[in-house]
Structures are given as structure tokens and as C-alpha cells.
Design a protein around this ligand. Structure first.
Ligand code: ZN
Length: 350
């Protein structure tokens, strides 16, 4: 077991920024900044219902998940060409590199685009090319997870999977996102079973706005390997026990929880309780362009608001590698880098 060196609270923000970490809950369409939305709208001749960048940004005052999704889908309408998908992912990956993200698993929502007549191949090839370039040029390892929109039917999800199968080598797994309430995980049990047969990794959003029952069914009916959000788990002690026992990671998104009114403020985040319960929690940015910040902002502000310390920082970064869909050797390498950064912050150096 690694002994965390003593690190003064004053140096904690810098440590949080510098430590290597993985981001496992980022919707790439949610990284589309207003400036890029306007640039792509102009390039593609798409007209937007907002006159300028500032008025679009002002519309980012959400009252719940649905009020966000309405604007999010409008923003995605500017993505037409393969290069647009590339530019969007590349912009995120540059920010990720600046935040010392060494590995990112990017969610994408193909149905948002195929429903507008954009080919699956246009979406996946553009995103994948950005991931390839990120590895070579930024030193960021990046992979793709295809998400099904849960407000649509399972039949639609099956059709989407069918369209994506010729590109099977370009994504590592599937997820489930969009409007949670009224769309329980079991609605997608058959398509997830098929994805499992195909050897795809499985994750699902559950327990953000939805009840603990949705987390149970994501585990038992969809057989997911990670739960996205999962903050409602604390309402059910038996569920907490199950998540701890099976080391099921929760990809928690503090800014998102506040912007979508799951919690009134960052200080009310239940991250510390989830960690204390022994759960494999990670911190993520979800839809950073819409929720007020990228991964390091989430770390620094959440720690400041909740009083988490260097031990928590180490645990969260290590959890992010444990929860990543990578090889054991890769994970070991990043853990080694993590320890080296913590040691370099040791007080004994001064
Ligand atoms: Zn999400």
C-alpha cells in the first residue's frame, strides 16, 4: 500500500491539477463550446436560434436534466461533416491534456446525428481520427463508447447498433444516456445482452435523477461494468453494500449535479460519503461546455467546497485508472506516474 506523503492544504489545488487521471464520463457533444457551435454553424450554413455566443451562453441556466437536453440537442445540430466531429473531439482532447488527463473514454450519441441524416461513419470516423491524433500528438490515450438514447425505443437502439457494427473496431463499448426518469435500464435489456455477446464493454447512466432501483436493474438486467452518476445509491444501504463488494465504479460528475439541480451546491455533494462507504468513485465533467468547467475545475472546486484532502485525491485518481477499460500493464504504468507526482509534492522536498 502506497503511503501518501504529507501535503499541505495550500498545495492541494496544484496537486489536483498536476496528478495524472482518467476521465470516464464525458459526452463529447457536451464539450461543444458556444464559440465552436457558432464557428461550425457558419462553416455549414446552419442558422441558430440565438443571435450570438453570449446569448447562447446565457441560455445555459437549467432547471433539470430535460431543460439541459433541449439545448444540448440544438447545439449538436451544427455537426455535419466528419471534420466537425474531429474538431469537436480535438478541442476536448487538448483541454484534457492540459488537465493531465492521461486516458479518456468519450461517450458519443450517434442517434442525435443519424436522426438528422448524418451517416454513422461520418460521426465515428471523425471522432476516432481525433483519438488517434491525441495519442500521437498529445500523449492522451482516448477511446470511444457509443451511447444509446434512452428516451428512444430499444428497436431504435438495435438499428443503431446494426449501423455501427461495420465500425466495431473503432469503439470499445456501449452506454445509456439522455432522459433518465420514465426510461428504466431494463427497457434496453435485449440490446445490452447482444452487445455483451459482441464483447463490448457495458456502462449505463443510473441514479442521477432516477431511483436506486434503476441502479439495481442496470447491474442485474443490463450487467453493466460501471454506473454513470449513481449518486442516489446512498438511499439504499443494500445497494451500497453490493456496489462496494463488487467494486462497481461510479462516475460522479459534481458540476453536473449542481447545474441540473440534483444537489443545491457543491458543498452538498455526497462524494465524501460515497468514498467513506468504500465505493470506487471517480470525478468527471459530464458535459463541460454546459456545466461550467472541465475535469480539473471539477476536482479543485469540489475539494474546496467539501474539504476533501490529499488521501481522497489519490484514491479518486487511482479509482479512475482501476475503472478504465485498459490493460493491467497500462493501469500499472499510470499508477506509477501517480505515485511519482505525489512523492514530488512531499513536504520533505522543502
Ligand atoms: Zn452523463
Amino acid at each position: 500500500m502506497f503511503k501518501i506523503p504529507h501535503i499541505s492544504p495550500a498545495r492541494l489545488p496544484e496537486l489536483l491539477r498536476r496528478m495524472p487521471k482518467a476521465e470516464l464520463h464525458i459526452h463529447i457533444e457536451g464539450s461543444l463550446e458556444p464559440e465552436l457551435i457558432f464557428a461550425l454553424a457558419q462553416r455549414n450554413g446552419v442558422s441558430l436560434p440565438y443571435p450570438d455566443v453570449e446569448s447562447l451562453r446565457r441560455a445555459y441556466a437549467f432547471t433539470n436534466l430535460q431543460s439541459f437536453l433541449d439545448i444540448y440537442y440544438a447545439g449538436a445540430s451544427v455537426l455535419i461533416q466528419e471534420q466537425d466531429f474531429y474538431d469537436m473531439a480535438w478541442a476536448y482532447l487538448q483541454r484534457a491534456a492540459a488537465d493531465h488527463v492521461v486516458h479518456a473514454e468519450l461517450f458519443f450519441d450517434p442517434q442525435t446525428h443519424t436522426a438528422r441524416g448524418i451517416a454513422m461513419e461520418t460521426v465515428v470516423r471523425g471522432l476516432h481520427r481525433a483519438c488517434t491524433d491525441a495519442r500521437a500528438q498529445l500523449g492522451v490515450d482516448a477511446t470511444l463508447i457509443l451511447c444509446f438514447l434512452r428516451h428512444l425505443s430499444e428497436e431504435d437502439a438495435f438499428a443503431t447498433l446494426e449501423q455501427a457494427l461495420p465500425l466495431r473496431d473503432l469503439f470499445i463499448g456501449v452506454g445509456l444516456d439522455s432522459s433518465e426518469l420514465g426510461h428504466p435500464p431494463e427497457k434496453f435489456a435485449r440490446v445490452f445482452a447482444r452487445c455483451r455477446e459482441l464483447g463490448l464493454h457495458l456502462v449505463a447512466h443510473a441514479g442521477e435523477e432516477g431511483p436506486p432501483a434503476y441502479i439495481w436493474s442496470a447491474l442485474d438486467e443490463l450487467k453493466v461494468q460501471r454506473i454513470d452518476h449513481g449518486v442516489q445509491a446512498l438511499k439504499d444501504p443494500a445497494l451500497v453494500q453490493r456496489l462496494a463488494q463488487d467494486r462497481i465504479p461510479l462516475t460522479v460528475c459534481p458540476f453536473s449535479n449542481v447545474k441540473l439541480c440534483v444537489f443545491p451546491d457543491l458543498a452538498s455533494s455526497n462524494l465524501a460519503q460515497l468514498l467513506d462507504a468504500g465505493l470506487a468513485v471517480t470525478i468527471n465533467s459530464d458535459d463541460p461546455a454546459y456545466f461550467g468547467g472541465y475535469l480539473n475545475d471539477n476536482f479543485v472546486q469540489t475539494f474546496a467546497a467539501t474539504g476533501l484532502n490529499a488521501h481522497h485525491a489519490y484514491t479518486l485518481a487511482r479509482n479512475s485508472f482501476e475503472a478504465s477499460f485498459v490493460t493491467e500493464a497500462q493501469r500499472h504504468d499510470w499508477e506509477h506516474q501517480l505515485k511519482a507526482v505525489f512523492e514530488s509534492f512531499s513536504e520533505h522536498d522543502f
